[in-house]
Design a binder for this molecule. Structure first.
Ligand code: NAI
Ligand code: COI
Ligand code: MG
Length: 370
């Protein structure tokens, strides 16, 4: 199969983790006789430095012409003082809007071998397997008007949360579709006791449920959901929610798995190429140190293979390789219980490639660490 992948490395650890995922995708191409081409383009702080804008027109062109997009992360302290339109994050929001990436699918899977890496008890996180379906192109992050003004002689600020019914419907329908091939349960998360947008969200969810009576729908207020994720995460199958709630809940959920560096995501488009990205940011505190966990991005690449290219066997092989390497005891620093035994980003990538190329080749690797 011949496919083109646009790669937006971005900033900080975005560069390191995408490098690792590309290496894994290249290994897949060799192993399964595919031809993947990679075209790099600028986004975020790197694009601001080079082009004066966080999303150059050329980047958008490259993405639109490709079969899928792989993104690292954007942002960093260097650009924190910039005005809103010159923030790296603005480039990420813009590309989500431009490519109609309405659905951000964030699977949360607890690996058996990492049960001791989570701050939560093993009994709580064992067999946790759910997916957060986050609306990605509406809500507060895209609200207009937004900004500062003077109100009665005092500085005031406004951010607006707005959604169209159709925007709610399409993401909730996506969640129902996903639940159908899973355990057929949806938890729709909102703040309907306070927000009008949430009351409409509930109405829409009920309407969609009427046409999907094989799926069980429950509603949960977001503050309770944040608590239930820690109390009893196994109760969840598919969580569907608006943009900001999904953003926050998924970072929280990542700690069930042991680290923010473990959660992949797919940002699905209504029409054109979809984009695949780890849920984490550019991690300026560890950037450039070869410390980042590349697994979230490698698992995002597996989602790319499955969802954009239909390569189920290859996607499963990547996921199996990750699991095998973790089972063998390899850990980056974020999930290592004994820090001095932690491996670097580069070594983790090497081990995953090795496991992919030769299934079972790494069975005794922890001997080196004993
Ligand atoms: N999708 C994106 O591009 C996102 C960008 N950001 C941006 O990233 C910058 C830093 O934001 P933070 O709040 O620090 O969030 P962050 O997600 O970059 O990091 C939070 C913490 O998790 C750790 N961490 C994150 N990914 C990791 C990985 N793969 N391996 C090991 N440890 C990892 C970091 O070292 C840090 O201690 C900001 O400019 C923010 O706006 C934040 C979230 C998402
Ligand atoms: C620019 C932010 C909305 C990025 C982020 O935190 C995310 O998408 O998870
Ligand atoms: Mg986030």
């Amino acid at each position: 199969m011949k496919k083109s992948i646009a790669v937006l490395r971005g900033d900080g650890i975005g560069k390191e983790v995408t490098k690792g995922a590309i290496e894994v995708l290249k290994a897949v191409a060799v192993q399964y006789n595919h031809e993947f081409t990679f075209q790099h383009a600028l986004i975020g702080g790197a694009a601001l430095d080079a082009e004066g804008t966080p999303l150059p027109a050329e980047t958008l062109e490259v993405c639109k012409k490709s079969d899928a997009v792989l993104l690292g992360a954007v942002g960093g302290p260097k650009w924190d003082v910039n005005p809103p339109h010159l923030r790296p994050e603005k480039g990420l929001l813009q590309i989500r809007k431009e490519l109609n990436l309405y659905a951000n699918v964030r699977p949360v899977t607890c690996y058996n071998s990492l049960l001791d890496s989570s701050p939560l008890k093993k009994e709580i996180i064992e067999n946790v397997d759910f997916v957060i379906v986050r609306e990605l192109t509406g809500g507060l992050y895209f609200g207009k008007p937004s900004g500062r003004k003077i109100d009665n002689g005092e500085e005031a600020v406004v951010d607006t949360l707005s959604y169209k019914r159709s925007e709610m419907k399409r993401i909730i329908e996506k969640a129902f579709e996903m639940a159908r091939s899973r355990r057929k349960k949806i938890t729709s998360v909102d703040k309907a006791n306070v927000l009008e947008s949430s009351r409409m969200w509930r109405e829409v969810a009920e309407e969609v449920a009427k046409d999907n009576s094989d799926i069980m729908l429950e509603h949960m207020l977001v503050d309770n959901a944040a608590m239930q994720l820690i109390r009893n995460p196994r109760q969840f199958d598919v969580i569907v929610t608006e943009n900001m709630f999904g953003d926050i809940l998924s970072d929280e959920a990542s700690m069930l798995t042991g680290s923010l560096g473990m959660l992949p995501s797919a940002s699905l488009s209504t029409d054109g190429p979809s984009l695949y990205e780890p849920i984490h940011g550019s991690a300026p505190d560890i950037a450039g140190k070869n410390l980042a966990n590349p697994i979230a991005t490698i698992l995002s690449a597996a989602m790319l293979l499955r969802l954009s290219f239909g390569l189920e066997e290859e996607a499963t092989a990547v996921e199996r390789a990750v699991e095998q390497v973790l089972d063998a005891g390899y850990r980056t620093a974020d999930v290592a219980s004994v820090q001095k035994r932690a491996v670097t980003t580069g070594e983790m990538v090497e081990r995953i490639k090795e496991a992919l190329i030769e299934d079972g080749a790494i069975s005794n690797i922890m001997e080196a660490y004993a």
